[in-house]
Design a protein around this ligand. Structure first.
Ligand code: SAH
Length: 267
C-alpha cells in the first residue's frame, strides 16, 4: 500500500541533500482548496472552543495592538491562528491569556505578546521593506508548532528545527489539520541552523543561548534580521537583534525576556 504523505511538508533529516518536501493532494472542497462547481461543501463542525474562540482571539489581538504591536500583518496572523489547538485540553481556557504555557518535556509555548513582538521585529528587517515581505524564515525551536503557524502567514517559506523528537512529532500532528504547505519541519540541532534553506531573510530562536551560534550569522541573507533571546553582558537574558548589512553585522540588545535554554544535539 502506498503511504500517503502527511502535512505539513516534512524534512526529517539534517545533513546530506534534504528530501524535497512532499505535498499531499488536497481533495476539492477541503480547507485551502476551492469547491468544485455545484458540489456543496459541508460547513465545518465547530469543535471544542470552536467558533467562540474567534471572539476571544479578537480580544487578544486588541490587547496586542494596545500593547504596542502596530504591524497589521502580525495582528492578522495572531488573530488567525487558533492557539488553543496547540495546548493541552486542560489549558485551553488559558490559551488566549498573555501567558506562556507548558507544552511537555519541560518546554513552554511563548506568551502571545512575545510571539507578536518577535514577529514584528522580523518584519521590520531591511530586506522586508518596500512591500517585498519575507521570503524564507528559519525558526529554531519548533516546540508545539504554534509560532511556526503564525510565521507561515508572514513569510513564503518557514523552516523550523526542533531537537526533541517528541515535540517535533507533536508539532507535526498539531499542524497537519492546518495544511500549511510552506512549513518545513526538521528534526535536528538548530544551533547548526539549517543550511539547505539558507540564506534566510529572518532567523528567530525560541530558545535562549549564552552566545550567538556562528551558523545563524552565516545563514542570514544580506538585509536579513535575526532575533534571539541571548544572555547579555549583565548575565540576564534579553532579545538580541542582529541585522546583516553589506558592511557586516549590526547588533542591538532589547528588553529582558525569559526563554527556555538553547541546547545542542538531538534527544
Ligand atoms: N516556538 C515554540 C516554542 C518552543 S519552546 C512554540 O510555538 O511552541 C523552545 C523550543 O526550543 C523547545 O521545544 C526546545 O526543545 C527547543 N530547542 C532548544 N534548543 C534547540 C536546538 N538547539 N535546536 C532546536 N530546538 C531547540
Amino acid at each position: 500500500m502506498q503511504k500517503r504523505p502527511g502535512f505539513p511538508a516534512r524534512i526529517d533529516t539534517l545533513g546530506g541533500s534534504p528530501a524535497r518536501p512532499m505535498l499531499s493532494k488536497i481533495p476539492p472542497g477541503a480547507p485551502g482548496r476551492p469547491a468544485r462547481a455545484g458540489v456543496p461543501v459541508p460547513a465545518p463542525i465547530p469543535q471544542g472552543l470552536g467558533l467562540d474562540s474567534a471572539a476571544v482571539r479578537a480580544r487578544m489581538v486588541q490587547r496586542l495592538a494596545a500593547g504596542g504591536i502596530a504591524s497589521p500583518a502580525v495582528l492578522q496572523a495572531m488573530g488567525a491562528v487558533e492557539r488553543h489547538r496547540f495546548v493541552d485540553t486542560a489549558l485551553v481556557n488559558q490559551a488566549y491569556e498573555d501567558t506562556s504555557l507548558p507544552i511537555g518535556l519541560g518546554q513552554t509555548i511563548s506568551k502571545p505578546s512575545v510571539v507578536a513582538r518577535m514577529a514584528a521585529l522580523l518584519l521590520a528587517a531591511p530586506c522586508a521593506q518596500g512591500g517585498r515581505g519575507l521570503a524564507r524564515i528559519l525558526e529554531v525551536g519548533t516546540g508545539c508548532g504554534y509560532q511556526a503557524a503564525v510565521l507561515a502567514r508572514l513569510a513564503r517559506e518557514v523552516y523550523t528545527v526542533e531537537r526533541l523528537r517528541a515535540l517535533h512529532e507533536k508539532a507535526r500532528n498539531n499542524l497537519r489539520p492546518l495544511r500549511l504547505a510552506n512549513v518545513h519541519l526538521i528534526l535536528g540541532d538548530g544551533m547548526l541552523g539549517y543550511a539547505a534553506g539558507a540564506p534566510y531573510d529572518a532567523i528567530i530562536s525560541a530558545a535562549g543561548g549564552d552566545s550567538l551560534p556562528q551558523p545563524w550569522c552565516d545563514q542570514l541573507a544580506v538585509g536579513g534580521r535575526l532575533v534571539a533571546p541571548t544572555v547579555g553582558p549583565h548575565g540576564r537574558q534579553a532579545l538580541l537583534v542582529v541585522d546583516r548589512t553589506a558592511q557586516g553585522l549590526q547588533q542591538q540588545m532589547l528588553e529582558a525576556v525569559h526563554f527556555v535554554p538553547l541546547k545542542s544535539g538531538i534527544a
